[in-house]
Design a protein around this ligand. Structure first.
Ligand SMILES: NC(=O)c1ccc[n+]([C@@H]2O[C@H](COP(=O)([O-])OP(=O)(O)OC[C@H]3O[C@@H](n4cnc5c(N)ncnc54)[C@H](O)[C@@H]3O)[C@@H](O)[C@H]2O)c1
Length: 337
């Protein structure tokens, strides 16, 4: 069986998930190297997954390792340098979201991607590869609910993760670039159009610590797309029930609801009421989709196909996050140029 050799850069929360999937669950992929500036992260994962090539510098890894592809799971501010290095080394690239943060990042990434012609770049917008979101999109495309009127995408992170939010908050890019990008990508995907105008509000409602890194713990974003579709995005860090992520698509002939996921299909009925347990965190909710998105990347490279989540789309989503930031800071509606 032909296998795609992949090296992973950034081996902590999500990099470990991807490394494990490549090593253990994706038969036509081979994990050939791991790199993390915190060398012990790469070493620990390497020992567990039987990977001997471990590095604390991606430059050295790219120089010394025989790999065809790299998977980048570093904090967003480091994506640009990793993508530029991987493009210069002529690798296929899977990069976690968001592809970059600043306009300069996006321009330099575009330039490098163009020069790396013939190689696939896929960005990790995992929800597109989740069975329920993918099924809803297929139904919309088939016309099952008529013409789309409105799309709502809700992401409420569990308040139980407050320690991680505070620890990782300063490096993950903030509410709009880190969290709402998933929803912004989805509403653009389901609307099938580019945003025309956007208005964002938000603030700190519970966790004062967010002020230390200039972030907020809740937001709402209202949008109109160029084709007339309306959209709403909500981001929150206070879900006490768990990872409460869901979506609604309203059409002229019907409505689709992608429900918040539960850990099991068990419902308990007793003196406290009727209860099911909410999926605790993103690892569990999107476990299959994290594998699926990398499977799709590997299949795309091996079959010579087009990226299923390209740098072009990823750039449009970052642009929406930038508009949301601007709108929130200025307190005004922002129009797309
Ligand atoms: N799709 C999703 O559901 C989802 C969920 C969580 C995180 N993410 C994304 O995944 C990426 C990583 O997030 P995370 O939560 O795993 O972050 P993290 O901070 O847990 O891990 C990042 C790792 O990258 C390493 N690193 C930093 N700079 C490096 C460099 N120059 N070279 C090599 N390694 C370097 C760090 O030492 C750390 O181990 C981010 O882009 C984030 O937005 C996506």
């Amino acid at each position: 069986m032909e296998k795609l050799k992949i090296a992973v850069i950034g081996v902590s929360r999500l990099g470990t998930v991807h490394a494990e999937n490549i090593a253990l669950r994706i038969p036509n992929a081979e994990l050939v190297a791991l790199c993390d500036i915190k060398y012990e992260n790469a070493l620990k994962a390497g020992e567990r997954l039987g990977v001997k090539n471990v590095y604390d510098s991606y430059e050295k890894m790219l120089e010394e390792t025989d790999t065809e592809a790299v998977l980048i799971a570093t904090p967003p501010a480091v994506h640009r340098e990793c993508i530029l290095a991987a493009c210069a080394a002529k690798k296929h690239i899977f990069c976690e979201k968001p592809i970059g943060v600043t306009d300069e990042d996006l321009d330099l990434i575009d330039e490098a991607v163009v020069k790396n012609e013939g190689k696939v770049l896929q960005v990790g917008f995992v929800r597109r590869f989740d069975r329920s979101y993918a099924e809803a999109k297929a139904r919309v495309d088939r016309g099952d609910i008529g013409k789309v009127i409105k799309v709502r995408s809700i992401s409420r992170d569990p308040s139980s993760q407050i320690n991680d939010f505070i620890k990782l908050g300063p490096t993950l890019g903030g509410m709009f670039y880190d969290m709402s990008v998933h929803d912004l990508d989805l509403v653009r995907w389901f609307a099938g159009s580019e945003v025309e105008s956007l208005y964002a509000i938000g603030g700190i409602y519970e966790f004062e610590e967010f002020a230390n890194f200039n972030d907020i713990d809740n937001c709402s974003i209202l949008m109109k797309f160029k084709n007339g579709v309306m959209a709403e995005v909500e981001g929150s860090k206070n879900a006490s029930c768990g990872y409460d992520v869901w979506m609604e698509i309203v059409g002229t002939k019907g409505t689709l609801l992608i429900n918040s996921a539960t850990t099991t299909s068990v419902t308990q009925k007793d003196q406290y009421g009727i209860r099911t347990e909410c999926s605790p965190w993103f690892f569990e909710r999107f476990e299959d989709a994290y594998k699926r998105e990398v499977e799709v990347f590997v299949d795309t490279v091996l079959s010579g196909g087009e990226s299923k989540m390209s740098a072009y789309d990823a750039r449009k989503v970052v642009k929406m996050a930038t508009m949301a930031t601007k709108s929130y800071e200025q307190g005004t509606v922002v129009f797309n140029d």
